[in-house]
Ligand binder design. Structure first.
Ligand code: NAD
Ligand code: MN
Length: 358
C-alpha cells in the first residue's frame, strides 16, 4: 500500500469548509482506488491561532512541515487581522521558505458551467506564475510615518536564476501540451530593468525549445486578448503580481473564482509542494455552507498527480466534470446547491465511474 503524508491547513473562512470537503473526496478516492492511503495531519495555523499566539507559524513549524509529501491549503485572511499580516504570516513563508517557485494555474470552462464570454469554450490556458521573487520579494520600506514627508518603496527584485528557472519550467510545461505555445507576459515598455531582463532571458531559454511557439504581450494588452481571442492563448508565463491578477481574470472568465485551482510547486522536490484553490477566505459567504468546493477538488487532483497517483487524479477530474455537467452548482455558478451537495455528487461519481481509458 502506497502511503502519502498530507499536511492539511484549512486556514480561515471558507478555507475550513472547502478543505473539509476536499479531504472527504480524497478519502473516497483512496477507498475506490485501494492502492494508496493518505495520512493526514491537521495544522490549525489560521488567524484565530494568530490572535491567540501572536504568530501563524510556531517556532520550528516549517521544519515540521518539511516531512510531509504535500500541503493541502485552504485560504488565509480575516477581518480581524490586516491582509498583509496574514499573507506574510502564513502563505508566503511556506511558498518562499520551501522554494515553491512555480505556481501553476490552469483555467478552462468545465462541462455545464457557463462563461461570461460567448466563446468561453475556447479557454484552455495554463498561467505560470513566478512564485518566489519579483514584486513579492518583500523588499521595501516606509519612513516618516504620518508626516507630510512620509515615503514608501516597494521594489521588485528579479534574479537571473529566478527568471531563468521559471521560463524553463514554462517551456517544459508548454512542450507537453497539444498547442505547444508559450506567451511571455511582461511590462517591459514601462519597467525597463527587471522586465527587460525577463524578455532577454526568455529568448535565451527559447533557443533550447525550438518545438514551442512563442509570442509576447504587455500585461495590459494580454487582458484584452484573453477576453476577445481566448483561443490564441495556451500557456502564459508572467511575474508574481501580473500572473496573480491574470489568473483571477482567467477564473472569472471560466465561470467563477470558486472553481480555480493552483499548485505551488518546488519542482526539484527538495521540499513539499502546496496545493490550494486560488480564492481567498470569502467573508461574505463564510459559514453559509455554499462555498464552491470545485477549485479545491481540482487542486486535489493536481496534488494526486504530484504524488504519482495518476489514476486517482484522472478519476477525480472525471467525477468533477460529471458533477458540474449534471448541473449541481453552488450560487456563484448560478445554482442553489450547497458545498455538501457538490461534495456528495462528486463522491457518488467517484464510486460509480469506471476509469476512462487514456
Ligand atoms: P475572495 O477570493 O475571498 O472572494 C472574492 C469573491 O469571490 C467573494 O465575493 C467571494 O464570495 C467569492 N468567492 C471566492 N471563493 C469562492 C468559492 N469557493 N465559492 C463561491 N464564491 C467564492 O477574495 P477577497 O474578498 O479579495 O479576500 C478575502 C480575504 O481572503 C482577504 O483577507 C484576502 O487577503 C484573503 N485572500 C487569501 C488568499 C489565499 O489565501 N491564497 C487569496 C486571495 C485572498
Ligand atoms: Mn490572488
Amino acid at each position: 500500500m502506497r502511503v502519502h503524508t498530507i499536511a492539511a491547513m484549512p486556514g480561515d473562512g471558507i478555507g475550513t469548509e472547502v478543505i473539509a470537503a476536499g479531504l472527504q473526496v480524497l478519502e473516497a478516492l483512496a477507498a475506490r482506488d485501494g492502492g494508496f492511503r493518505l495520512e493526514v495531519e491537521h495544522f490549525p495555523w489560521g488567524s484565530d491561532y494568530y490572535q491567540k499566539h501572536g504568530h501563524y507559524i510556531p517556532e520550528g513549524g516549517l521544519e515540521r512541515l518539511k516531512a510531509f509529501d504535500a500541503i493541502f491549503f485552504g485560504a488565509v485572511g480575516s477581518q480581524q487581522v490586516p491582509d498583509h499580516v496574514s499573507l506574510w504570516g502564513l502563505r508566503l513563508p511556506i511558498a518562499q521558505g520551501f522554494d515553491q517557485y512555480a505556481n501553476v494555474r490552469p483555467a478552462r470552462v468545465l462541462p455545464g458551467v457557463s462563461s461570461p464570454l460567448k466563446n468561453g469554450q475556447d479557454i484552455d490556458w495554463v498561467i505560470i506564475r513566478e512564485n518566489s521573487e519579483g514584486e513579492y520579494a518583500g523588499n521595501g520600506g516606509r519612513v516618516h510615518r504620518g508626516l507630510p514627508i512620509e515615503a514608501a518603496t516597494e521594489t521588485a527584485v528579479f534574479t537571473r536564476t529566478g527568471v531563468e528557472r521559471i521560463h524553463r519550467f514554462a517551456f517544459e510545461l508548454a512542450r507537453k501540451r497539444t498547442a505547444r505555445h508559450l506567451t511571455l507576459v511582461t511590462k517591459s515598455n514601462a519597467q525597463r530593468f527587471g522586465m527587460v531582463m525577463w524578455d532577454e532571458i526568455f529568448y535565451e531559454v527559447a533557443k533550447d525549445y525550438p518545438d514551442v511557439k512563442t509570442d509576447r504581450e504587455l500585461v495590459d494588452a494580454v487582458t484584452t486578448r484573453m477576453v476577445l481571442k481566448p483561443k490564441t492563448l495556451d500557456v502564459l508565463v508572467a511575474t508574481n503580481l501580473h500572473a496573480d491578477i491574470l489568473s483571477d481574470l482567467a477564473a472569472a472568465l471560466s465561470g467563477s473564482l470558486g472553481i480555480a485551482p493552483t499548485a505551488n510547486l518546488n519542482p526539484e522536490r527538495q521540499f513539499p509542494s502546496m496545493f490550494e484553490p486560488i480564492h481567498g477566505s470569502a467573508f461574505d459567504i463564510t459559514g453559509k455552507g455554499i462555498a464552491n468546493p470545485i477549485g479545491t477538488f481540482w487542486t486535489a487532483s493536481m496534488m494526486l498527480e504530484h504524488l504519482g497517483e495518476f489514476d486517482a487524479a484522472r478519476r477525480l477530474m472525471s467525477a468533477i466534470e460529471a458533477a458540474t455537467a449534471s448541473g449541481v452548482h453552488t450560487p456563484d455558478l448560478g445554482g442553489r446547491a450547497t458545498t455538501a451537495d457538490v461534495t456528495n455528487a462528486v463522491c457518488d461519481h467517484i464510486g460509480s465511474a469506471a476509469l476512462a481509458a487514456t
